[in-house]
Design a protein around this ligand. Structure first.
Ligand code: SF4
Length: 412
């Protein structure tokens, strides 16, 4: 394992709003920031146009810098107008940014004040999406960690399962059916689809992480008495099987029930992967540190599709949460350079020297590398797309096969 420090190129945590607002359907994300933050949100949201958008930016104007009292008054005014106009909003996130932090605008105090004004209709929660020293997926971690104190407490001693991390609704429904087939009766997902359905948490809660970037959320849940179930992450057939197996073990599901509940879906996943293996096996892939999904993706690409890992970078490595995936990576016959952190220039030099077949990287690096004749895949797409579970294994493989196919066609 190598550690690198230096210049890095990543989006900030505000980006998480793009997938979080789609999941929690009665929430609104109000970024308290500058025009730069508003532009980032617009360009990250791309072409998505909503009749009633569920995120926006309260712009901190230059004059707000003159007095914090004015900034608080202005924020109250913006929030009041928003909530009057939008009775569908039941949860409001005040999302901090670099500018709100620079002027030391106390959003926790603002959230408390606004919660008192608008409760019980609207719950107001604050978290920060800022940061040049963070990776863009940390925005989700900060959001969910800020929500954990709002989860109802339970002293029920019957074990229940909590799946933690934003999943596409279609994937959540598939997992619900799979857990039901395993006989695990009490299953909740966090975040839920509606803020009024926050799951209860207590000492009998067992939780599975669906994403590898939820360090603070996991710690907050553990402080509430919940127990983490170590597992590989549910990407690909192997990862999904291991993830479901961890739940099955914790809930004493018999091997026969496990096989009956999972065999058909696993078989479908393996057949879907077999379709892509001829295109991907032996291809050399270089993963830049961006989403924190990289070690999990590397495990999937190498073990299930036969790709050769040139380098695997990740902005942060949570060794405990990633232990199962790292063990599977280490079991490969070849060793791979694993780097935590980034020195982007040094890494670009290594990438250019290696001339991999496929580079997985952030948006900022993709265009220049494409111009140099390298084939790239935007890592942010892997966070936006439904990729978890048996039934998405083939789609996940296709996300890597497609750019290679495009390059081949261009070459022809
Ligand atoms: Fe830029 Fe900071 Fe705003 Fe993110 S929060 S868009 S890094 S100014």
């Amino acid at each position: 394992m190598h550690h690198e420090r230096g210049q890095h190129q990543v989006f900030c945590g505000l980006t998480g709003i793009i997938w979080l607002h789609r999941k929690i359907q009665d929430a609104f994300f109000l970024v308290v920031g500058s025009r730069t933050c508003a532009h980032l949100m617009q360009s990250a949201a791309g072409v998505m146009i909503f009749a009633e958008p569920r995120f926006g930016t309260a712009i901190i104007e230059d004059r707000d810098l003159a007095g914090l009292a004015d900034a608080h008054r202005e924020l109250d005014r913006v929030v009041t107008r928003l909530l009057e106009r939008r009775p569908d909003i039941r949860m409001l996130f005040l999302v901090g940014s670099c500018p709100s932090e620079v002027i030391k605008l106390d959003l926790a105090r603002a959230a408390e004040r606004l919660s008192a004004t608008f409760s019980p209709r609207v719950r107001v929660v604050d978290y920060t999406g800022s940061g040049l020293e963070t990776s863009f997926t940390q925005g989700e971690d900060a959001c969910l960690a800020a929500l954990v104190p709002s989860l109802p407490a339970t002293t029920d001693t019957t074990p229940s399962l909590l799946v933690v991390g934003t999943l596409a609704d279609v994937v959540e429904d598939q997992f619900r059916r799979q857990f039901a087939a395993l006989g695990i009766a009490r299953v909740d997902f966090f975040p839920p689809r509606r803020s009024t359905e926050l799951p209860a948490v207590g000492p009998a809660t067992r939780f599975l992480l669906a994403q590898p970037f939820l360090r603070d959320t996991a710690q907050a849940l553990e402080r509430r008495g919940a127990t983490h179930l170590p597992a590989p992450f549910p990407l690909g057939a192997e990862g999904t099987r291991g993830w479901l197996q961890a739940a099955a073990d914790a809930f004493a599901v018999s091997p026969a029930t496990f096989t009956a509940a999972t065999a058909a879906a696993q078989d479908r996943a393996e057949r879907a992967l077999a379709h892509y293996r001829p295109q991907l096996a032996g291809k050399r892939v270089f993963l830049f540190p961006d989403s924190q999904l990289e070690p999990v993706l590397a495990r999937f690409l190498a073990r299930e599709l036969g790709m050769t890992l040139v380098e695997v970078g990740t902005p942060f490595l949570h060794r405990a949460h990633l232990a199962a995936d790292l063990a599977l990576l280490e079991a490969l016959p070849t060793t791979t350079r694993l780097t935590e952190g980034q020195d982007v220039d040094a890494q670009l030099d290594r990438c250019r020297a290696a001339r991999p077949d496929l580079v997985v990287c952030g948006l900022g690096l993709a265009n220049p590398l494409e111009a140099e004749g390298l084939t790239t895949k935007w890592s942010i797409e892997l966070v936006f797309s439904p990729i978890h579970g048996f039934d998405q294994a083939g789609d996940l493989a296709e996300l890597f096969a497609r750019p290679l196919l495009r390059r081949q066609r261009l070459a022809l």
